[in-house]
Design a protein around this ligand. Structure first.
Ligand code: NCD
Length: 312
């Protein structure tokens, strides 16, 4: 694989390969010295044109654990503020010698555009409303390991709740869970569903909450919402938040997930620490291992020794 830009582009075979490789990266992360020389001499550049905490730090950590060199660029403090174009920015950084760009950008499709301007691998760290494939991979990995499965997720019932319409996480997660054989149901008001149906949907969280294996909560993407899509936050929470009453109805086996950042009091009105199946911290931890697997898969395919087998 040269690039990682969407789950659809990867296909199920590559998804499974990355999830299997992640098991090895989790093992590396458990070592007293969680660092291997696998990508020594490679350079990874994080280019973030949109805000990020988890994704940026997670890629940075992942690259360092594999001994790659890391450059991090945040648009707010760069020459983008002086009017430099995206293309000039990419070509400038690429000229310094970069093997992979991790890109987050507010416009959908940027990872495909950028791939025309550089020979480096492109990893999509979130493009507009469109896709966030490494989030989907880490979520699929989290579910797979929590359930002790090694293959697909056949028959698993996954509910994705909230602002599906503006969410790249929802789009990529629908693709990954469906590819692995799970049944996805979307729970949202009509105003927060995409105009083209991506999966079966309902407006009634209470009607399905007793019947799911995974409850995946999303933030209202207020930065992308221009119109009044919900009457009020309070009304939205009454209908779509994980409230204490709804948490009581969840079976002990139900995994509760959120990509972060969480808006407490909006989509989640209970302390996740009190929910037995809460996976939110686990998702973040697994994010590092999944991104190590992605970087390794994209960048180790040369005749240079990978060194993965060498215990640090
Ligand atoms: C998400 C994103 O940026 O798409 N965050 C993340 O990467 N964990 C979700 C969000 O911003 O709500």
């Amino acid at each position: 694989m040269k690039h990682l830009r969407s789950i659809a582009e990867m296909g199920t075979g590559a998804v499974t390969r990355i999830l299997d490789l992640t098991d090895h990266m989790v093992e590396v992360n458990l070592r007293p010295n969680p660092k291997v020389p696998a990508l020594r001499g490679r350079t990874v550049c994080n280019l973030f044109f949109e805000d990020s905490t988890r994704t940026r730090l997670s890629f940075e950590t992942a690259a360092k654990r594999l001994s790659a060199d890391v450059m991090t660029f945040t648009a707010g403090s760069s020459s983008v503020n002086k009017g430099e174009s995206l293309r000039d920015t990419i070509e400038t950084v690429a000229a310094m010698g970069v093997d992979a760009f991790v890109i987050r950008h507010q416009s959908s499709g940027v990872p495909w555009q950028v791939a025309r301007w550089t020979t480096a691998s492109i990893i999509n760290g979130g493009d507009g409303w469109h896709a966030h494939p490494t989030q989907a991979l880490l979520d699929a990995y989290t579910v797979r390991t929590a359930l002790g499965r090694t293959g697909g997720l056949d028959g698993l019932r996954v509910a994705i709740v909230g602002d599906i319409r503006h969410s790249r996480v929802a789009r990529s997660n629908i693709e990954v869970f469906t590819a692995l054989g799970a049944d996805v149901i979307l729970v949202a008001p009509t105003t927060l569903l995409p105009p083209t149906p991506l999966a079966p949907s309902t407006h009634d969280l209470d009607s399905i909450i007793g019947d799911v294996d995974v409850l995946y909560l999303l933030r209202l993407q207020t930065e992308r919402i221009k119109d009044a899509v919900v009457p009020s936050i309070r009304e939205y929470s009454t209908r779509f938040a994980l409230t204490p009453a709804r948490a009581k109805r969840l079976g002990e086996h139900v995994l509760v997930m959120h990509p972060g950042p969480m808006n407490r009091g909006v989509e989640i009105m209970v302390d996740p620490a009190e929910i037995p199946g809460a996976m939110i911290t686990k998702q973040v931890a697994n994010g590092v291992a999944v991104r190590m697997a992605v970087l390794f898969d994209l960048l180790s395919a040369t005749d240079r020794s990978t060194g993965l087998e060498v215990s640090a």
